[in-house]
Design a protein around this ligand. Structure first.
Ligand code: GLN
Ligand code: ZN
Length: 756
């Protein structure tokens, strides 16, 4: 049985690409040096897959920033404002990804959104009315040929036209229909180019097919592929889907002239039953996504082999595949030196998944695989179970009752009490929590972690940082201060470290966007809080000022969503356990005099099921209560804030209001302000701080720009509910742009207060 990998991580096992890109952005290395790092990584990636015996090895899943942006770029979808800068090709590309502020002009970055239900972010392409779509690059060809030169005949990968157009923003009057021919012709040109270079297969990724699809979409999809596939020549086309099942288009897709169809058996709840019900065409190959590309637990061979045997008995030609790109898991367990074998034996990262694929494919060919060593070892692992239950946690779960999910008095009452108590000006100014994680902050933390400095020295340094931060926040006139989060490596890992039931890795980086990587911790067992987590820092910061300092916590939904989850208990149970742990911290902060507590739910939107019909029953019905459980115990005059990254919650506004926070801040600057209309429409009750500038880009917003943003916001949000803040934490920014930006922000708020 052949094996296939949908996509591969690309930042490098040591994050080589991240470091090289950052150097390039700072002008410390030249383009050729950056490109050389990319080339070397691509080589390593294809060769390690080849070494593991993978048959369908992807190429063109490497990217200097994002694959959707690469696809748009390849098709010439570059908005005029970026072309006009007159930068080199790669700098034009980076200008779209990160914005540009320099000699040649000042443009914001394109919007960035979460890639389906993952914590990876893609860049949103923009098609303008006069955009001309045509083949405008050669990346996919170059990377195919480059791999071929080192002896690997890869399967080039590209985002398919349906998903590309579904995720693109049309900025003018035209719609996807208007670009139909240009898109078709360009994909045909790509097929042609690959044919000429002797490629055997092309994988077109169409994850948008796992969403709800209406009749119009379906007709468009058919029209696209009928045209494109008519000219495929000898190139075989694999239509690859992932992150769910394709129930709305299963028959449509199997009826088109694809040579292979990639289906996700892990997140695709109905994948198996669709095949059962409608069959699978004999003339196509099913790329069965049975090795989880998103989670790090070992594959259960017994189950996988049973599924494979069932499919085979139906006479289906099979290739064993990952369920999605391996982009979402770290490189290798081999880099984890501290994690003991007792744990490690339950996990598989990217490299180990390659081995699983190969092993499973071999076992699938054996008549009595049950007696092979590889199978027996795997079966034993699953039979022997894990030590992960905590009776105290179980008892607490049982004792939760309905009133634990309701904070009293109601929000409108609390709002009055809090205005009275906190005496904040109108349009209160604040930030989202973190301040720049400068080199000294990082080295202090890492020295402490390595045992090079004492706990005392470590804390002293952080406290000095806090002192400075409080001082300059007071100086520039912010109203609600923060301590700056200097102690945190990451907003989830930091909390996870004080929770029992969590495991940590050293090198298990996963790309979040561009050069940003995260190291998601692993939920191993039942979770509880070991000890107070943030109390010391917040209390110290508050002791330095008369202004309120916000306590800063990460909420249960985000902690869960940014961890590798357990597969043996429900999401609901896991989230509730975490909620109880964070509840303890909230109550401790309050007891220690902290009047405002922000509970970040940066990732709440992220795991919203991709199909509307599942939104409530499979997620919101327990995620929102988990958040309420965290703060329901505080007094009326304690103000609860929450923060969400990205404003794509237009459709779930009532659910967000139901979190029952007093204030919510969120991203608004990098997307349009449409969300504000919906807030108004739904009579949103929570006070809001729609971010007034984009912190993902190094540019400094002008006072005028912020005033203009605030004016727009005031059209939709009443003055007594509007807060003024950046759109996210400032940890990734430099000090040089942070202070001027915040000075402008405070000045803008002052101008508005004076009645502008
Ligand atoms: N409080 C966190 C910070 O400021 C929030 C980060 C986030 O939303 N991603 O960094
Ligand atoms: Zn954020």
């Amino acid at each position: 049985m052949f094996t296939s990998v949908v996509g591969y991580p690309r930042v490098g096992s040591q994050r080589e690409l991240k470091f090289a890109s950052e150097k390039y952005f700072k002008g410390e290395i030249i383009e050729a040096e950056l490109l050389a790092v990319g080339k070397k990584l691509r080589e390593q990636h294809v060769l390690s897959q080849k070494k593991s015996g993978i048959d369908f090895i992807p190429s063109n899943t490497f990217s200097y920033y994002d694959c959707l942006l690469d696809t748009a770029y390849l098709l010439g979808i570059v908005p005029e404002r970026y072309k006009k800068l007159g930068l080199s090709e790669i700098d034009t590309y980076f200008a779209m990804a990160r914005g540009y502020q320099g000699e040649k002009g000042d443009v914001k970055a394109l919007a960035m959104k979460k890639w389906f239900n993952t914590n990876y972010h893609y860049i949103v392409p923009e098609i303008e009315d006069d955009t001309i779509i045509s083949l405008s690059g050669s990346k996919i060809f170059d990377e195919y040929e480059e791999a071929k030169e080192i002896g690997v005949d890869t399967k080039p990968v590209l985002v398919g036209p349906y998903t590309l157009l579904a995720l693109t923003r049309f900025t003018g009057k035209k719609t996807r229909e208007d670009f139909f021919e240009q898109v078709v012709d360009t994909y045909k040109a790509i097929l042609d180019g690959l044919n000429k270079r002797g490629a055997l297969w092309l994988q077109l990724d169409e994850p948008s097919l796992v969403r709800d699809i209406n009749e119009d979409d379906k007709a468009f999809l058919v029209k696209l592929y009928k045209e494109i596939l008519a000219d495929k020549g000898s190139l075989k086309i694999l239509l690859q889907t992932y992150f769910g099942d394709i129930r709305d288009v299963y028959e449509t897709i199997t009826g088109l002239d694809f040579d292979g169809i990639g289906l996700d058996f892990i997140e695709g709840k109905q994948t198996a039953s669709l095949i059962e019900k409608y069959g699978f065409p004999k003339d196509k190959i099913l790329f069965a996504g049975l090795v989880n590309g998103k989670n790090i637990w070992k594959n259960n061979y017994a189950k996988t082999l049973e599924t494979l045997a069932g499919l085979r008995n139906k006479g289906i030609s099979l290739v064993l595949s990952t369920s999605c790109s391996l982009l979402h898991v770290p490189y290798t367990l081999k880099a984890e030196e501290k994690l003991s074998e007792e744990y490690k034996k339950h996990f598989a990262f990217a490299i180990e998944k390659l081995e699983e694929l190969k092993e499973l494919a071999t076992l699938a060919e054996e008549n009595n695989y049950q007696s092979s060593e590889a199978y027996k070892a795997n079966a034993l692992l699953f039979e022997s179970g894990r030590n992960c239950r905590d009776e105290a946690v179980q008892k607490r779960l049982k004792e939760i009752n309905d009133s634990d999910y309701t904070r009293l008095p109601v929000r409108s009452e609390r709002e009055k009490i809090q205005k009275e108590e906190l005496k904040l000006p109108t349009f209160p100014t604040t930030t989202i929590g973190s301040f720049p994680q400068t080199k000294d902050v990082k080295s202090n933390r890492s020295a402490y972690r390595k045992g090079e400095i004492s706990e005392e020295a470590y804390k002293k340094f952080n406290k000095e940082k806090i002192e400075r931060a409080i001082k300059w926040q007071e100086e520039i006139g912010l109203d609600v201060l923060v301590h700056g989060e200097y102690e945190r490596n990451d907003m989830v890992e930091y909390f996870g470290e004080s929770l029992s039931g969590y495991l940590f890795t050293e090198k298990a980086w996963v790309q979040s966007y561009g050069t940003r990587c995260l190291k998601p911790p692993i939920i191993w067992g039942d979770v509880s809080r070991k000890k107070p987590i943030t109390v010391e820092w917040s209390v110290y910061a508050q002791s330095l000022t008369d202004k309120p300092v916000k306590g800063m916590l990460t909420g249960p939904v985000t902690i869960f969503n940014w961890s590798f989850p357990r597969e043996d208990i429900s999401i609901k149970e896991s989230m509730t356990q975490i909620a109880l742990a964070i509840r303890d911290e909230v109550l401790d902060l309050e007891a220690n005099g902290i009047k405002i507590i922000q509970i970040d739910e940066a990732a709440l939107r992220e795991k919203l099921p991709l199909r509307k019909s599942d939104w409530y029953s499979e997620y919101l019905d327990f995620a929102i209560p988990a958040f309420r459980l965290v703060h329901s115990g505080v007094a009326a005059d304690t103000q609860i804030h929450t923060h969400m990254c990205y404003s794509e919650f237009t459709d779930i506004i009532p659910a967000i209001d139901n979190m029952d926070a007093d204030v919510i801040t969120f991203e608004a600057s990098r997307s349009d302000l449409l969300i504000l209309d919906s807030l108004k429409e739904h009579n949103f009750e929570t006070e809001v701080g729609p971010g007034v500038y984009d912190i993902h880009s190094p540019r400094v917003p002008s006072v005028d720009e912020i005033v203009a943003a605030l004016k727009k916001m005031r059209e939709k949000v009443s003055d007594d509910k509007l807060w003024v803040n950046p759109d996210c934490g400032l940890k990734t920014r430099g000090e040089e742009e942070t202070k001027p930006s915040l000075i402008n922000l405070v000045e803008a708020a002052n101008i508005i207060r004076k009645g502008a």
